[in-house]
Design a protein around this ligand. Structure first.
Ligand code: HEM
Length: 201
């Protein structure tokens, strides 16, 4: 009975960062630079939700708990949702729709290029995240969706590149990413991951 409430609860939880940002915006808490704060908030949540999405498979392998697999698509789409907001804040508020500047950034500033590459991957994954695309693409669907690993890495790189001196936060994201990738490796080599915490659903 409670299990049915998990998905709507996670849906609402994923909207909380947006609600918090809007609340802070309207109450003036994002001053003196609301655009920068929104850019940072939406960028952070794109990356965090992408890493949460990547955590689903290792969690299943370690604990045997399969239910989060049912939420994976929603989590991935929420990551894309924040990526769209991030992109729109950048286009409309930061760059003020000045297309010559936008084009220059997209072709000359490496951290923007890397972020845009990640964004394009997320777009392709979101567009093909439905059952119809799964059926149409067949085995290629899985291959295409493996690009999520590249998107997350590009997201971390994008963040790393834009911080000038203090790389502690991007380093934490990189460590989480590396950990999640390591947990995907078969253990023992050639076998599947086994763990003392494994339990059935
Ligand atoms: C069209 C694509 C993108 C553009 C143009 C873009 C642009 C930007 C800009 C201008 C900043 C702020 C830089 C600064 O303050 O100096 C930023 C921050 C950030 N972006 Fe992006 N970005 C893009 C895509 C992405 C994607 C796909 C992710 C995640 C996967 C991401 C994650 C982040 C993070 C984590 C930050 C730093 C937030 C913080 O400082 O707390 N961005 N981005």
């Amino acid at each position: 009975m409670w299990r049915r409430a998990y998905k709507p609860a996670i849906f609402l939880l994923c909207l909380l960062p947006l609600a918090q940002m809007l609340w802070q915006l309207s109450s003036g808490a994002l001053q003196p630079n609301p655009v920068e704060a929104l850019l940072h908030g939406t960028g952070d949540w794109t990356l965090r939700l992408l890493l949460v999405t990547l955590a689903v498979t290792p969690l299943k392998r370690l604990t045997g708990w399969r239910r989060p697999v049912l939420w994976r698509r929603m989590l991935g789409l929420f990551s894309f949702f924040y990526a769209v907001l991030h992109f729109l804040v950048w286009l409309a508020l930061d760059r003020e729709l000045l297309w010559s500047q936008i084009l220059e950034d997209l072709t000359k500033r490496p951290f923007v290029m890397v972020g845009f590459a990640a964004w394009l991957i997320l777009l392709a994954l979101a567009v093909t995240s439905n059952l119809w695309s799964m059926r149409r693409l067949g085995a290629n669907w899985k291959r295409l969706h493996r690009l999520v690993y590249a998107a997350a890495l590009l997201g971390v790189l994008h963040y790393w590149w834009l911080v000038k001196a203090d790389v502690r936060e991007p380093l934490i994201y990189l460590a989480v990413y590396a950990g999640l990738m390591a947990l995907r490796l078969p253990w023992p080599p050639g076998g599947t991951v086994m763990s003392p915490w494994r339990r059935s659903l």
